[in-house]
Ligand binder design. Structure first.
Ligand SMILES: [Zn+2]
Length: 427
């Protein structure tokens, strides 16, 4: 266990604040974007001493990062080592760069994240996510496991056959995986007579899709996986811009933050902090980052937090799973929804094999919710599905039965690195 995480709460806050002040001075000295921002808003970073002071600095948005990308760079180009991209909001991907120190920081971050999930030297971890394609996550896992001294099997994404062959061959006890891919692996194992229930795998570190709800109970997807395969599922949440992972410990009551690497705020619509347990947008300030540090960066992810003591002995703040994306808020027939709510209900219904959720505007500019499914349901089944939606969400989306290939082409738009289950056509 990293010492800082078990220190008293006040001491953790003090260490975190010192790192934050260091980062502010660094930005003042090296960042063209933030120098300009401080100037325009009359901010003297040496006077930022409290959370209230910090609030005087405006939020940095994804659009800022896209529009003024080069101005965020704080080191000479010749010091940049890794070049990655992150999805932008204005269409094109956004460049994100890391120098030697950032790669080292990334490795430490991911090593600590794996430790929170209980992984030790001597464990073997199969990484079933992409390591290349200008992607940061897979590489971060690799670097973190290297630093930890754990065994690594780099199978990459897809290819259930290769995944099972590698499990058979090298006997990993952990997987790093996107949860829905675990279902694909189970399906493949069942079809091919692989005794997956008695495999070496005892747990999966899951990324990309939420596994739990706000009360930390497994959601429909989490339940479906564990009903079929009794392995322990750990959530981890991260993004390219944050360059920091938030990870569940063995008690599964929220993703522990790493306070020396990131400063977090959870803010309401008006930019004020929400209370513990309330939902707001996660705003992060990256700490100890050199190449493209971000200050009060709005992630667009809606979360809640808790600082109740965790049974694991870490005194760090914990975030809930991502409950939705701010921009993906749907108001359908008077009900407030996020795509995950609809996805949960469909997964729970259990018989829909392939689907995509679409939101668009109707002729009166109201949100219209449509679910395309690949099954051809009987009238009775359709009625049951409607009932299920009515019970769970109090509204029924429009259901459309289409071909599997139509759904697959909607789920894999050009340039997307992973299949998507939600399409927002409102813009
Ligand atoms: Zn814990």
């Amino acid at each position: 266990m990293t010492p800082i995480q078990t220190e008293p709460i006040e001491k953790i806050a003090r260490i975190q604040w010192l790192e934050l002040q260091k980062q502010l001075l660094y930005l003042q000295k090296n960042s063209k974007f933030y120098k300009q921002l401080f100037k325009v808003h009359n901010v003297d970073v040496s006077e930022i001493k409290t959370e209230a002071d910090l609030k005087r600095i405006p939020i940095t948005t994804k659009e800022d990062l896209q529009q003024y990308n080069e101005d965020f760079l704080c080191v000479p180009h010749e010091d940049v080592i890794d070049h990655v991209t992150t999805s932008g909001t204005l269409g094109n991907p956004v460049n994100f760069l890391l120098n030697e120190a950032d790669l080292e920081r990334l490795a430490i971050n991911e090593m600590q994240s794996f430790k929170i999930a209980g992984i030790l030297k001597g464990d073997k971890v199969q990484i079933t996510t992409t390591l290349d394609r200008r992607f940061i996550a897979g590489m971060a896992y690799f670097l973190g496991l290297r630093k930890l001294g754990a065994g690594i099997i780099r199978t990459g994404s897809g290819l259930p056959h290769l995944q099972w062959d590698s499990i058979e061959r090298f006997k990993p006890n952990y997987l790093v995986a996107v949860p829905s891919f675990l279902l694909k692996m189970i399906e493949y194992a069942v079809l091919n007579g692989i005794d997956y229930k008695n495999s070496s795998v005892k747990a999966a570190i899951c990324i990309g899709e939420p596994l739990r709800d706000q009360n930390f109970e497994l959601n429909a997807l989490g339940k479906k996986i564990t009903e079929l395969w009794e392995i322990d599922l750990f959530s981890t949440y991260a993004s390219t811009e944050m360059a920091t992972a938030f990870t569940e410990c063995e008690h599964h009551t929220g993703n522990h933050i790493q306070p020396e690497l990131v400063y977090t705020e959870v803010l309401d619509e008006t930019g004020n902090p929400v209370k513990m347990g309330e939902i707001g947008e996660l705003v992060v300030t990256t700490l100890q980052v050199q190449t493209m540090p971000l200050l009060r960066f709005a992630t667009g992810d809606l979360v809640s937090y808790t600082n109740e003591l965790c049974k694991c002995g870490r005194n760090t703040l914990r975030l809930s799973p991502v409950l939705g994306r701010k921009k993906q808020h749907i108001k359908y027939k008077g009900t407030s929804l996020y795509p995950q709510h609809i996805i949960d209900v469909i997964v729970e219904f259990n018989t829909i094999s392939n689907f995509v959720v679409i939101v668009q505007k109707d002729e009166t500019e109201m949100d219209l919710l449509l679910v395309k499914i690949s099954n051809s349901l009987s009238d009775l089944e359709q009625e049951q599905l409607n009932q299920h939606f009515q019970t769970r969400l109090h509204v029924i989306p429009k259901i459309e039965m289409v071909s599997n290939s139509e759904i697959n082409s909607l789920k894999n738009p050009l340039g997307s690195r992973k299949p998507i289950s939600f399409l927002d056509l409102r813009e």
